[in-house]
Design a protein around this ligand. Structure first.
Ligand SMILES: Nc1ncnc2c1ncn2[C@@H]1O[C@H](COP(=O)(O)OP(=O)(O)OP(=O)(O)O)[C@@H](O)[C@H]1O
Length: 287
């Protein structure tokens, strides 16, 4: 049987509310010890007890409402965050189309950043040299490649990041809303690149709120809600499950609002028609 390229088992991560957690080796020891003693009141688990297998060539959409752990899952897959429970195993390197402009050093030029970022992701000097012109052409930054990146607009940085990361030969491609940025023409170009990489047999894990994009790239969908994996099926099944959860939530909110309005109305009526004051001793006198 084919081996999974990404495998998650009982995967969980715990954050402290209001505190940013960084993936540090120290956390492996400090946090595990803390978790054994019991979670703190302000701790929460954006993901817990998550299990799945992703096989080479799969294209999987990660679906869920805001703040339900989709980006956290991608960062666990890349290894940027370390789980507090369980594990996620990768059989191959990852090309992360995530926070694309964050990896650049502002003082360095576009050219220097391309060399640095591509090397950090494991490209050899020869590979970078071979791909350099393609990266610059794709990013449409020919005139600015020797300008320090601190003078780039956010769109320029994203274009350069996209250009570099999509040239990595790694088999796993993680995409987090990268397609939502840039103008329409650049978006179309990015979509073509992703489609080409999928044709080559790369494995895609794709976080998006766009139903159209999810259906375009993914056959399979994982719906995350309230920290757990709710549905793992076809992309349509995961989308249906997401919509049902949204509807349940909207119905619950509507019921709560109606109940609050009814209570307020009752209170207003009671205030407008106060009950007659009881005359002390009247109850006894009536008997
Ligand atoms: N490094 C971190 N340290 C602490 N809390 C974090 C960290 N990263 C994310 N969180 C919190 O974890 C929860 C899940 O965040 P995450 O970004 O994974 O959600 P998401 O599903 O990708 O949301 P969106 O759809 O809005 O992008 C949120 O409550 C977020 O505030």
């Amino acid at each position: 049987m084919e081996e999974p390229i990404i495998q998650a088992r009982d995967l969980g991560i715990c954050f402290a509310k209001g505190k940013q957690k960084k993936g540090r080796v120290k956390d492996l020891f400090v946090r595990r010890a803390a978790n054994k003693k019991g979670a703190q009141a302000q701790d929460f688990w954006p993901l817990r007890h998550v299990n799945f297998d992703i096989f080479p060539g799969d294209a999987v959409g990660i679906i869920g409402r805001n703040g339900t752990g989709k980006s956290t899952l991608l960062r666990l897959i890349t290894g940027v965050l370390i789980p507090d429970e369980g594990y996620v195993r990768r059989e191959g390197r990852v090309a992360p189309l995530i926070a694309l402009s964050a990896g650049f050093s502002g003082e360095l030029t576009g050219r220097e950043n391309v060399n640095l970022v591509a090397a950090l992701h494991g490209m050899t000097t020869k590979e970078i040299k071979n791909k350099f012109d393609e990266i610059v052409e794709f990013s449409e930054l020919e005139d600015f490649i020797d300008t320090p990146v601190k003078y780039y607009s956010s769109g320029m940085k994203v274009r350069l990041g996209f250009g570099v990361i999509t040239q990595l030969p790694h088999p796993i491609l993680l995409v987090d809303e990268a397609l939502a940025v840039g103008d329409a023409a650049f978006k179309r170009k990015c979509q073509q690149v992703i489609a080409g990489l999928l044709k080559e047999g790369r494995t895609l894990v794709f976080v998006s709120h766009s139903e159209g994009d999810l259906k375009k790239y993914c056959e399979r969908g994982i719906f995350l809600d309230a920290g757990t994996l709710v549905t793992d099926g076809t992309v349509q099944e995961a989308l249906d499950s997401y919509k049902e959860a949204e509807k349940r939530d909207a119905d619950r909110k509507a019921r709560k609002k109606a109940a609050a309005e009814a209570a307020a109305k009752k209170a207003a009526e009671a205030a407008a028609n106060p009950a007659p004051a009881l005359i002390p001793g009247a109850a006894g006198a009536a008997q």
